[in-house]
Write a protein that binds this ligand. Structure first.
Ligand code: SPD
Length: 281
């Protein structure tokens, strides 16, 4: 009997001669939404994997490194993070982490693709059950349009997006970050998925050129995610007032329950970049 080995590798980056492969066991579900092709697959090394338009969104094995860092770093840098908005994040992992902070009174999530939420409720309840919490309000809308209706409303905005290709590209423009700034309160913080310093150096550099024009405090921190291209991913930290190290609320970080990745020393360490990347920002 012949055996077929199934392997998946992301196309994005392949033209530059780099290609991460993940062995797959079986496809649990495939749907084509009005926005993208969504797969949930089993992999022997990483458990269930969510893949949107050929890009790994998360795996059960290493999602904590991403979701804990995108949520807790801004939440532990703001003294009163009451109103929080997540743009993207339809799997629920970021919302799950935000709800660990009792200071948070309301989480709005603006996800363009309701089918991502549906498929994650079914296959990733550990993440997507967070959507059932009474503090959470779901808006199935385009993030850029949504922001135009929300001025000066949020303490923290988190952009938990896919890569800056296809429909995700609008979430990486100067105009979008100007809208983010308008939707934040006067001491607000915005954190966004900002690719890999190893593979997307020029893209990050160009993005920070305009981020610096919009926000008084801008910096970059990173986390380790073995199944993302280059094994790591970074975040832009943009703030109108609070600095992620100088205003870090250590006691709050030490009270967060059920952590697999984030802790107070790592909060500080995540901003320490390798020599080659220090001058990018
Ligand atoms: N290159 C992968 C970028 C994906 C980042 N967002 C993932 C969504 C997880 N909530």
């Amino acid at each position: 009997m012949s055996q077929i080995d199934l392997w998946f590798g992301e196309q994005y980056g392949r033209e530059n001669g780099r290609y991460l492969n993940i062995k797959l066991d079986n496809v649990l579900e495939k749907i084509v939404s009005p926005f993208q092709e969504i797969y949930v697959v089993n992999s022997p090394a990483f458990g269930k994997v969510l893949i949107n338009d050929g890009v790994v969104m998360l795996t059960e094995a290493d999602e904590a490194g991403y979701h804990e860092m995108i949520a807790h770093v801004p939440l532990c840098s703001h003294p009163e993070p009451r109103e929080v908005l997540v743009i993207g994040g339809g799997d629920g992992g970021t919302v799950r982490e935000l709800l660990k902070h009792p200071q948070v009174k309301r989480v709005d999530i603006c996800e363009i693709d309701g089918m991502v939420i549906e498929i994650c409720r079914k296959h990733f309840p550990n993440l997507a059950n967070s959507f059932s919490h009474e503090k959470v309000h779901i808006y199935l809308e385009d993030g850029a349009k949504f922001l135009t209706t929300r001025k000066g409303q949020y303490d923290v905005i988190i952009v938990d997006s896919t890569d800056p290709i296809g429909p995700g590209a609008t979430l990486f423009t100067e105009q979008f970050y100007r809208s983010i700034s308008s939707s934040l309160k006067e001491d607000g913080i915005a954190v966004s998925q900002m690719e890999s310093i190893f593979w997307h150096t020029e893209f990050i550099q160009n993005t920070f050129l305009y981020l610096k024009k919009i926000f008084p405090i801008t910096t970059y921190y990173y986390t380790m995610v073995p199944t993302y291209p280059s094994g790591m991913i970074g975040f832009s930290f943009c703030s109108k007032k609070y600095h992620p190290i100088e205003d870090f609320i250590v006691e709050r970080a030490e009270e967060i329950p059920d952590l697999r990745y984030y802790h107070s020393e790592l909060h500080r360490a995540a901003f320490q970049l390798p020599s080659f990347a220090k001058n990018i920002f």
